[in-house]
Design a protein around this ligand. Structure first.
Ligand SMILES: Cc1ncc(COP(=O)(O)O)c(C=O)c1O
Length: 370
């Protein structure tokens, strides 16, 4: 390491590597000389951008030269109406990633405070904590990927500012009823908030049983995170939000960069919230195909974990990395879970009927070769 760099760059930053989302469709196409590539790795909506939303984006393209309204008041009001909650509790961000980052920076003091989560968990919780110089504590999930509450609770002390939970969980798809999470929130010390990341809640059924929205709006220490990247098919637009107590929303609004949600994302988000037909079609597709794909994966010898999300985690009967690479060479991108500390497991996003059939056919052929 050059001496001047170690003086210039913060020690926390020195250890960072660029976020690795895996190879893109174009890279796989070129590498393996393929015409068709299927991406089932990032839990995007397999139906693509809703035609209704596309039309709104096109119609508003001429507004791109304007700054958006600071604080995205129209979008916050539309979300408030959609969820039937006070819009002052809502903070929008450039993906829910941004809200995660803001919540850490607003609450945790570098070098003193800590943040608690299960292991494995969504990587951004840990990365942004480390970037802030805040200790990140993790307790292992149970072997079946259910939540070990006692273990988690044992990590919490007077310097714990945030407990992160993901419901339904990523990468397992496991979900717990919101009553369980409400009990955890009640047991937390006064100076600690519970952040419940509901990125995949729109795929859980019945959603009222799993969503923590109702307990969150009655409490002063629960934050719920939502995203437009999954059900609403807007991952590339970068749009997410948090529902939180008024005092917390007030502080996040003070520190957030004023224009992080762009003007087209705002328009697209409002249109997506009104596109009930697209939501219904997506829900039905995911629910049906999740069940069919689980059955088919089991039939070919995979251990499948129950999922309430738009993806399935499974353990194949032979080397997971080999299978991932063979699928890649055939133009099917799924998610190896090595980086989650689960080298024997794979995660696949639910695709269209055709994509799921192609995946099973290829997977079966690969396993039959062995
Ligand atoms: C659990 C979880 N939270 C948050 C996100 C990020 O969502 P966004 O695209 O809104 O930043 C993801 C994305 O995959 C996720 O899996």
């Amino acid at each position: 390491m050059k001496n001047h760099l170690s003086k210039l760059i913060r020690p926390e930053v020195m250890e960072f590597k660029p976020y690795s989302p895996g190879l893109s469709i174009d890279e796989i196409r070129q590498k393996y000389k393929l015409d068709n590539v299927i991406k089932m790795a990032s839990n995007e909506n397999p139906l693509g951008t809703s035609p209704v939303v596309q039309e709104v984006i096109q119609k508003n393209a001429s507004l791109a030269f304007r700054y958006p309204a600071a604080g995205n008041p129209d979008l916050c009001k539309a979300i408030g109406q959609y969820l039937n909650i006070d819009h002052q509790r809502i903070v929008c961000g450039n993906g829910s990633d941004e809200i995660i980052d803001l919540l850490i920076r607003v609450t945790a003091v570098p070098g003193r405070d800590n943040i608690v989560a299960f292991k494995p968990c969504f990587s951004i919780y840990k990365l942004q904590s480390r970037l802030c110089g805040v200790e990140f504590r993790q307790h292992a999930l149970n072997n079946d990927f259910t939540f070990d509450w006692e273990g988690l609770y044992s990590l919490i002390d007077e310097n714990t500012r945030i407990v992160f939970l993901t419901n339904p969980d990523n990468p397992s798809g496991h979900a717990v009823p919101s009553t369980e999470l409400g009990r955890i929130a009640e047991k937390l010390p006064d100076s600690c908030i519970l952040i419940i990341d509901e990125a995949y809640i729109d795929f859980a059924s019945p959603v009222e049983e799993y969503s923590s929205l109702a307990p969150a709006i009655k409490s002063e220490n629960i934050v719920v995170l939502r995203t437009f990247s999954k059900m609403f098919a807007l991952a590339g637009m970068r749009l997410g939000y948090g529902i939180m107590p008024h005092f917390l929303a007030d502080y996040l609004k003070r520190i957030r960069l004023p224009f992080s949600v762009n003007i087209l994302a705002e328009k697209a988000g409002i249109a997506a919230l009104n596109d009930q037909t697209f939501m219904n079609t997506t829900f039905e597709l995911i629910a049906n195909e999740r069940q069919l794909l689980s059955i088919e994966l089991e039939k070919i010898g995979c251990q499948v974990y129950p999922s309430q999300a738009n993806f399935i985690m499974f353990k194949p009967p032979s080397n997971a990395w080999d299978i991932f690479e063979k699928l890649l060479s055939q133009g099917i991108i799924i998610r190896p879970l090595k980086s989650y500390g689960l080298p024997d497991h794979l995660r696949v996003s639910i695709g269209t009927v055709k994509e799921n059939k192609t995946l099973i056919k290829s997977l079966k052929a690969i396993l039959d070769e062995k």
